[in-house]
Design a protein. Structure first.
Ligand SMILES: [Mn+2]
Length: 322
């Protein structure tokens, strides 16, 4: 009898896939199996439900749960526009959420860094859902330990390099700390979508949202790729890089941002880059409407997986004019 439903705990291998009710069944990212067996995984999905570093509206602690739920539709069909099954290329597991205690602030960085190092040291790549943007600091710390200083591609409305004292847990200063600690190879890094001001660019190439609107996707990609070359590229995707029209469910929305299609085209254009990891942060479901923001976050994650799969031999099967 053909199996149906609840793949999250019923599939026996990561490559298995069968039918689900999109609106029912156990929720995991892309209906992948919940597992902590890192010896049998290429890509590890995990959630970091922490939002005590927010400066404005909270709620990003509910992000991982909402993104998993929004991914159920994507799990139904072959990837678009790629036309292949990403589960045939990679063993993808959903590790679940890292247990983080907001009542013990002194443990936040070490808890997340250890979580990430454990996964990376088992030669898996991480796809991680925040949480507010502070979680990217310990994630980058762990990635830099493995790969050396990383090339950062940051989607954001904000630079997140405001004045940092080396200790605060603040989602607006942690990239200053990461740069000061040598975790980021600044000359190969780019920030895109910005539309807030800081007197110091910290050496990043900044492609502001209005610049992208005037100059387009191809020019943006040329600059990003020319800087990144073959350096290990870690993408930190703050959903507030998108306009509030496309990502209302976030803590610090700013008008004039990127559109969903621009973000997707930018991600799809990175197949020449040395992609090592992705986090998607600042999805705040209490401020979302009709799951707009979590559907976007799930799609960005799925597209990143597909672009990575192309590098590992997945053959595209495009139908129509794409
Ligand atoms: Mn941010």
């Amino acid at each position: 009898m053909t199996k149906k439903g609840d793949q999250a705990f019923r599939v026996e291998s990561s490559n298995q896939k069968w039918n689900e009710m999109t609106y029912g069944g156990a929720i995991s990212f892309l209906r992948r199996r919940y597992s902590r067996d890192l010896s049998n995984a290429d890509i590890v999905i995990s959630g970091l439900p922490y939002d005590a570093a927010t400066t404005n509206r909270p709620g990003a602690r509910f992000g991982p749960r909402a993104i998993r739920e929004a991914s159920t539709q994507l799990a139904e069909l072959k990837s678009f526009p790629f036309g292949f099954e990403v589960t045939e290329i990679f063993k993808i597991i959903d590790w679940g959420d890292c247990f983080i205690s907001p009542h013990k602030p002194a443990t936040i960085v070490s808890t997340i860094t250890n979580h990430a190092s454990n996964i990376l040291n088992n030669n898996c790549k991480m796809l991680t859902f925040g949480g507010d943007h502070f979680v990217s600091y310990p994630l980058i710390k762990a990635h830099a330990e493995k790969y050396g200083p990383i090339s950062l591609l940051q989607f954001d409305a904000h630079c997140d390099t405001w004045e940092d004292d080396g200790y605060v847990i603040d989602h607006g200063t942690m990239f200053a700390r990461a740069v000061n600690e040598g975790l980021i190879d600044i000359n190969s890094s780019t920030q895109i979508g910005l539309r807030t001001f800081n007197d110091d660019d910290f050496g990043f190439e900044i492609l502001s949202a209005p610049w992208v609107h005037k100059n387009g996707i191809q020019k943006s990609l040329e600059i990003i790729k020319k800087r990144a070359k073959n350096k290990p590229m870690y993408i930190s995707f703050d959903v507030d890089g998108l306009d509030p029209a496309f990502a209302p469910g976030t803590g610090t929305p700013v008008s004039g941002g990127l559109a969903s299609w621009q973000a997707l085209e930018l991600i799809r254009g990175l197949d020449e880059c040395n992609l090592i990891g992705l986090d998607i942060v600042e999805v705040s479901p209490p401020y979302d409407h009709a799951e707009i923001t979590s559907i976007l976050a799930a799609t960005i994650a799925y597209d990143w997986l597909c672009v990575l799969a192309k590098k590992y031999g997945a053959k595209e099967n495009k139908i129509g004019r794409i």
